[in-house]
Design a protein around this ligand. Structure first.
Ligand code: HEM
Length: 141
């Protein structure tokens, strides 16, 4: 969850308003009309100090049940609502299995060529690491 907060593959999700509505907050009043298109900026929400203190730091403990402080819609790597990612559970299971098999067989070490934080670029609405250079050492079992 914390890796997906810092490096969400999808930059934004889109929605179309199904009815007229007025959105209000302490500072703003926004008229939304049926048919208006929205982008919800995932990366921006994930880096918002209102929701995540010290947002550039990698702190997996933010997601421990006892620590969850953010608004449920502030962490959106898989979107939200009835059109959220249909394969969220599959994707998380695949990622965990790949990680388990990888670290079981190899050690991954940072080296002189490792960029920290990794450089990224955006393409087709996706947030992609430019390269992740690591030293890989096979484990002898
Ligand atoms: C880490 C991996 C993945 C991430 C971060 C991700 C993220 C997302 C996001 C942000 C959306 C838009 C949700 C919204 O609008 O609220 C989405 C939709 C979708 N994703 Fe994923 N996804 C991942 C993996 C996958 C995989 C592995 C599959 C298929 C095997 C998949 C299939 C889909 C489909 C079909 C939709 C459209 C759902 C709909 O519109 O009802 N995703 N995903």
């Amino acid at each position: 969850m914390e890796t997906l907060r810092l490096y969400p593959p999808a930059v934004a999700v889109e929605r179309e308003a199904s009815e007229d509505i007025v959105l209000t907050s302490d500072e703003d009043r926004i008229n939304v009309f049926k048919g208006d298109l929205f982008q919800v900026p995932i990366t921006v929400l994930h880096m918002d100090r209102q929701h995540f203190d010290d947002p550039y730091a990698f702190k997996p403990q933010r997601f421990m049940a006892s620590n969850i402080a953010h608004h449920p819609y502030a962490h959106l790597p898989f979107g939200a609502g009835p059109r959220n990612c249909v394969a969220k559970r599959l994707a998380l299971m695949e990622a965990k299995l790949a990680l388990i098999y990888s670290v079981h067989n190899f050690k991954f070490e940072i080296c002189d060529k490792t960029a920290r934080p990794p450089e990224r670029y955006y393409t087709l609405g996706l947030n992609v690491p430019k390269e992740v250079v690591l030293r890989v050492v096979k484990r002898i079992h």
